[in-house]
Design a protein around this ligand. Structure first.
Ligand code: HEM
Length: 443
């Protein structure tokens, strides 16, 4: 006999917990955990969802094959954004080959090139900063990482012709990921029509770039080149539609996740000033030779690494990692029936006192937890993030450049910098303003 899974209180007739989840997803999941413990069930407008908390449950979740716990079925709302035939809109065999192509674009030789691109963009970002001033870190890093991502993905010509149109199209695509898209991403609504128009126009822009490059015979070190050169096992090249989808997929996976991690890390640096002198010494050592930052250099910044890791522990960007149960799934004495979703939430698990001493305290020198599945900002198992090294490289390259030139301070009381999760990605609340001051020039 299986043990019944506790059902979270507060379900409304017809919609269950959907309104509460859509309005305040993090608070809702924390409430559910506090009420029920390591496993609980809730109702998202008819879609029953099981929340699992703790390393043991994570391990079971991440290690179960896709045939039983399907990521593709859980993330169908991404299909109209990326396009049919791409990632979860493609058969698993094609999806695996596309993922390999993405991984190819993250090999060492390309990463060296990306590190230089990101450093250039970061220098340009502070180029017209004065001796001191204030800036909103959420907005600033969203815009900077859009530039670094497009530069690494699509090359310098595209990046420098980056128009407002591109930003608007990208915004329309993002807007197509409203919570309501989870239940029906094809419903007849203006925001979904805008999403589809944006996808079409983006394909025109990217295809134009591909054709120009083919005609000129120019070879570049960016992801676009990887997509243009890659072939499936049967020798077929990606179509223009697929190339566009691969670009959008990568942009979506890496943009807000990286920009928010940059923002949180800098915020924590400003909030924990006692580490600053050591941090400055670390980053200054990287700039000794006035050469571009190398990957090796970027690897050797232990305290900044600790800040990023701890920022990812306390403020993990992705907190609704989900799978669809394809056939009844057994965990301990519980049985989760086919048709339901299962979900894990790093924001809850990263604060379990049995795995993290004084979990609310920010400690960049905190040792790694004993259990690999206790700390999961990049997920785990066969869907573990393939972009984690690129993301860390990006955050380090941006922050080391900024910290080499400027010091950063809070402009508001430390506790007033909050967190929200509007479109299922955790971000700082508005406004999130820091003061910068050129180093060595103190009042
Ligand atoms: C701090 C930044 C990032 C965080 C916190 C993050 C987090 C995650 C998480 C939690 C997953 C697993 C999702 C799941 O199991 O359902 C994932 C998967 C993935 N991430 Fe990231 N990510 C980041 C940056 C990036 C970047 C920069 C890229 C691309 C360059 C990227 C590409 C991907 C891809 C392609 C997958 C899917 C892998 C698969 O399905 O096998 N991510 N990421």
């Amino acid at each position: 006999m299986s043990t019944p899974i506790p059902f979270v209180s507060g379900a409304q007739p017809g919609t269950g917990h959907l309104d509460e989840f859509n309005a305040t997803p993090l608070e809702f999941m924390h409430r559910a955990y506090e009420e029920c413990g390591e496993i609980c069930e809730f109702d998202l407008g008819g879609l029953r969802t099981i929340l699992l908390v703790g390393p043991e449950a994570h391990e079971a979740f991440f290690r179960t094959p896709d045939e039983q716990l399907s990521a593709a079925q859980a993330y169908q709302m991404m299909v109209p954004v990326f396009g049919e035939g791409i990632q979860y809109g493609a058969p698993p065999e094609i999806e695996r080959q596309q993922l390999k192509m993405q991984i190819k674009g993250l090999k060492h030789d390309r990463m060296v090139n990306y590190a230089e691109v990101i450093e250039q963009e970061s220098e340009a970002f502070i180029d017209n900063w004065s001796e001191s001033g204030e800036f909103d870190i959420y907005e600033a890093f969203t815009s900077l990482t859009l530039k670094t991502s497009t530069h690494c993905l699509l090359g310098s010509e595209f990046r420098y012709q980056l128009t407002d149109e591109f930003a608007e199209l990208y915004h329309d695509l993002e807007d197509g990921l409203a919570p309501s898209s989870i239940s029906d991403p094809y419903q007849d609504a203006e925001r979904f029509r805008r999403r589809d128009r944006a996808r079409e126009r983006l394909e025109e822009l990217i295809t134009e770039r591909v054709h120009q490059r083919r005609k000129s015979g120019d070879w570049q070190h960016d992801m676009l080149q990887v997509y243009m050169d890659s072939t499936y096992k049967d020798g077929r090249h990606l179509t223009d539609h697929e190339i566009t989808g691969m670009v959008i997929w990568f942009m979506f996976a890496g943009h807000h996740t990286s920009s928010n991690t940059t923002a949180w890390t800098l915020l924590e640096i400003a909030r924990n000033p006692r580490y600053k002198e050591r941090l400055f010494a670390e980053v200054d050592a990287l700039f000794d030779g006035s050469e571009p930052l190398t990957l090796r250099g970027l690897r050797e910044i232990p305290l900044l690494d600790g800040f990023i890791r701890e920022a990812l522990r306390l403020h993990p960007p992705l907190n609704a990692i989900t799978r669809r149960v394809m056939s009844d799934w057994h965990y301990k004495d519980y049985v989760v029936e086919a048709g339901k979703n299962v979900m894990v939430c790093p924001h809850i698990s990263h604060k379990l006192p049995e795995h993290f001493e004084n979990p609310e305290q920010f400690d960049p020198e905190r040792p790694a937890p004993d259990n690999l599945f206790a700390e999961i900002p990049f997920g785990g198992g066969h869907h573990k993030c393939i972009g984690n090294a690129f993301a860390i490289l990006q955050v380090k390259a941006i922050l080391s450049t900024l910290l080499h030139h400027y010091d950063f301070e809070l402009t508001q009381p430390p506790e007033s910098y909050g967190e929200i999760m509007p479109a299922l990605i955790l971000r700082p609340t508005d406004p999130c303003v820091l003061r910068y001051r050129r180093r060595g020039k103190r009042d």
